[in-house]
Design a protein around this ligand. Structure first.
Ligand code: CTP
Length: 447
């Protein structure tokens, strides 16, 4: 019996997929089809896949051509599968010519002619209108987001907004994207969605105006300085069927989700402590180190450190305490936040002029998880136990600087692909605003 194997994502199952499977089957007597998992696609940078793994498997099954369907979930699996199932022929479409020649050591490799003029990418793009995105603020984050959008299909940056004419002109020249300076309303008219990366104290007003003009909002942290403001934005967005996301990029990174899932799986027992630290020695003349009111370490990095705490321990903490060190101008250079829970304690540590180990430690009754700097990108984490020889290491795949994952989530939610916003919920974002408000009150009192 001649065994043939082929792999694919098979998103929005189309004629090209059917033809390929049919010809693959004709190469032998028994056809094995490998379908990628959502996580594997996400990790290798194939974002925006619409159908879930189950739906994609089901569509392959319905063709009646596959004798066996398997799941592809990691790099290097193909060699293993070929050996395990005693495969004679590996085949894929001609768009892959050359890529899989290395499998010739294990079986015959056949590239089949690809069906012209149809692909999942094309179908995905045709199914939804392009999301026209506008960037508010043309600083470093704005330009990084521009880069991130290149990896996500269905979205394009069409304009930017910056009331400061000189900066606007520099941005226009460098990126060849019009930058509007006259009025925010005029800018909003030309876009479907905005990414807000302006100074912290302007986030709320820009987000509010964008929502009120019917635009989806991806807003840099902190979204606002009070719980009420955050609540009002989220409830307005919900009522008007608009997407509002706070741009805490860690929340959308594949590795971070995996870390949370491992922590919640019970492998380290009951979680009793979460310690998250994020420090960066910022330039002395940067906004972070010169703006006593809206700069400083907690307002810059607090969102990152609160995220794993709320994800793992929930938002119903019993009490919160702040300890801040200020410089001679009253700027928060180092802050520690303690959150007390019924059954756990947590610390969030941030610095802009104090350097510390930037790690995330999740302590449980059976073991602990350690993610070293930069845990906020979550490229690696380990699970450790009393027995120092027992270590489980995870190396999730991470591409670029992570902004593509946040853009992908934003676009997916806009296109309403049934994906619930579980990666950073409105409740969690509102709870962060509440801690921020308490911190602002504390700072005023302690100044
Ligand atoms: N395929 C094909 N003809 C097409 C499209 C895909 O023969 N017009 C083949 C691919 O070469 C691959 C298999 O179908 O062997 C599964 O491809 P997949 O990557 O899932 O589909 P694409 O439509 O190419 O998806 P995308 O646009 O996301 O890359």
């Amino acid at each position: 019996m001649k065994k043939v194997i082929t792999y694919g994502t098979y998103d929005l199952f189309h004629q090209g997929h059917y033809n390929l499977l049919k010809r693959a089957k004709e190469l032998g007597d028994y056809l094995i089809v490998g379908v990628t998992t959502d996580h594997f696609d996400e990790a290798r940078g194939k974002l925006n896949v619409i159908d879930s793994t189950l739906e994609r498997v089901e569509n392959v099954r319905k063709t009646g051509l596959a004798d066996k369907i398997i799941i592809e979930e990691y790099d290097g699996q193909k060699i293993e599968d070929i050996q395990r199932y005693g495969v004679d022929i590996f085949t894929v479409g001609s768009d892959w010519i050359g890529t899989f020649d290395y499998l010739n050591d294990y079986c015959d490799v056949v590239y089949l002619e690809r069906t012209p003029n149809v692909s999942s990418t094309q179908l995905r793009e045709g199914r939804f209108d392009l999301v026209r995105m506008g960037i508010v603020g043309t600083g470093e984050m704005g330009t990084r987001l521009l880069e991130g959008t290149k990896y996500v299909s269905g979205v394009g940056v069409v304009s930017a907004y910056n009331p400061e004419k000189e900066n606007a002109a520099v941005f226009e020249r460098e990126y060849d994207i019009p930058c509007i300076t006259e009025s925010y309303e005029v800018f909003l008219e030309g876009v479907d969605a905005v990414y807000i990366a302006s100074p912290n104290e302007t986030h709320f007003a820009y987000a509010k105006a964008a929502l009120e003009n019917g635009k989806h909002v991806l807003c840099e942290k902190p979204l606002s300085f009070t719980k009420n403001e955050a609540e009002s934005l989220y409830s307005y967005a919900k009522e008007h069927n608009l997407v509002l996301l706070e741009a805490i990029k860690t929340a959308y990174c594949p590795g971070f989700q995996q870390l949370i899932n491992v922590a919640k799986s019970g492998v380290i027992g009951e979680i009793r402590d979460v310690e998250a630290a994020f420090t960066r020695i910022a330039d002395e003349d940067s906004r972070e180190r010169t703006d006593a009111e809206f700069g400083g370490s907690f307002l810059e990095f607090g969102g990152y450190t609160l995220l794993p705490i709320f994800k793992l321990l929930g938002i119903d903490y019993k009490d919160v305490h702040f300890y801040t060190m200020k410089d001679e101008n009253g700027v928060d250079i180092y802050t520690k936040v303690y959150l007390e829970y019924e059954q756990a304690i947590a610390t969030a540590k941030t610095g802009v002029a104090v350097k510390s180990e930037g790690q995330l430690v999740i302590s449980g009754t059976k073991g602990y998880i350690l993610a070293e700097s930069p845990w906020w990108l979550t490229k690696k984490f380990v699970v450790r136990f009393e027995d120092p020889n027992k270590i489980e290491t995870y190396n999730p795949v991470f591409k670029g600087d992570g902004l593509r994952y946040e853009v992908s989530e934003f676009v997916s939610q806009i296109n309403g692909r049934g994906k619930k916003g579980y990666k950073l919920t409105a409740e969690e974002a509102i709870a962060m605003a509440e801690v921020t408000e308490k911190y602002m009150d504390y700072k005023k009192g302690s100044m």
